[in-house]
Design a protein. Sequence first.
Lengths: 303, 102
Amino acid sequence: MNQELNKNFASGHSACAGCGFPTIVRTILNESKYPVVVANATGCLEVTSTLYPFTAWKVPYIHSAFENAGATISGIERAYKALKKKKNPPAGGKKIKFVAFSGDGGTFDIGLQALSGALERGHDFVYVVYDNGGYMNTGNQRSSATPYGANTETTPAGSKTIGKIETRKNLMEIVNAHGINYLAQANVAYLPDLKMKAQKAFETKGPSFLLVFSPCTNNWKFPTSQYVNIAKLATETNFWPLYEIEKGKYKINKIIENPKPIAEFLKTQGRFKHLFEKKNRKVLENIQEMVDEEWNRLVNLNK
Amino acid sequence: MNIMEKGAIIKYNPQKAPRTGDWAFMVPEVKKEKCVGCATCVQFCPEAAISMEHITRNPVKPDGHGASTEQKKKATVDYDFCKGCGVCATVCPNKAIIMKKK
C-alpha cells in the first residue's frame, strides 16, 4: 500500500470497488498542516471505514449519530478550547484542525439542523460533504441531493412517473446564507482544484464548507472503473460547476468553453436510462434548461 | 482524579486490516516498459494500493560496455488490498495498465 496516501486514512476499508470517497478523504486530510480530529456522520464512509474490530482511521475519529456531525465536531472544538486553558492540555495545546465528514443524506436532509447551528456559532472546523446523491448504503433511497429524473428505490421510474420529480436542494446557498468565510464546490475528478480548496478551507478561521462530487458505482449503475470519467463529465456538462465563495464573493474556478450536452453525462448511468425513451424526450430538454439556468445564475454572480 | 471516563478506543492496526485483495475478480497489471511514472493512477486509486517505486535497470549499451544505471519511477500495485475496480487502467494516459483475470 501507498504509505504517503495512507497517512490518515488506510487501505483495508470496505468501500465498494471503484468508489469515489476514499480519494476525497485522503486528498483533503493530506492537505492539513496541523493534526486533525475527525467526526463522521452515519453514511457509507462511516459503515465501511469502521468495521469492528478494525478501523481504517489513523487520526482520532468519532462517530455518534446520523444527524449530528456538526454538533459533535463543535463539541470537540469547544472542549479542546476549554482544555487548552488548563494545566497540561492534551496534544500540548497545539493547533488542531477539526474536520467533519458527512454524506449528502447526513447533511442535506438529516444533519442540516446540526450543521446550521455549528455554522452559526462559528466554531473553527471544516465540514466536508461527499455528495453521491442519495442514501447509498441502505440501497439507493432518494435524498434531497438526488438530481431530477433519477430512478431510485423510493422514486422508481415507470409508466406513470420519471423517477424523482423534485430538483436538488441548493445547499451551497443555504450554507452561504450563514455568512461563513469560505465555502466551495469541488469534484473528485479535479484533484489539484480539490487540494487548493482543502488548503483554503484549513486556513480559514471559523467554519468552512466543502461540497465534493462523489460518484457511486453501485447505485448510479455504472462500471466500477468509471468514477473519474463520470465525475469529469459532470463538470464538463456544467452539471457540477467548480466554484468557491470567499467572504460572499463568488469565483468560478473552471469555465468550460463548450459545455457538452447534459445527455452525455446522463447516458453514462443506469439510473437515468429511462430518460432516453421516446416519451421522455421533453424531460431531457427540461434538464438541459435547468442546468443552463443554474449555470447562468452562477455566471451572473461571478461578475 | 480523571474527570473524563476512558472510553473504548480502537487503534489502527495494519495486521487486522481486512485484506480486501480477495474481492478482486480482475487485477491490474502494469506494463513496466510503457509506464511513464506520471502517478495519475496513484492518486485516483480508492484503496491507495498503488505506489511509485524506483526501479533500477542496467541497460547494456549495444557496443557491450559502459553499462549505465538508470533509475525510473514505475507504478507498483499492492495485490493485498487491490479490489480490482479498474480505475487505474481507465485513468492511465499511456494505457500502461491492463486488467487481467485473477
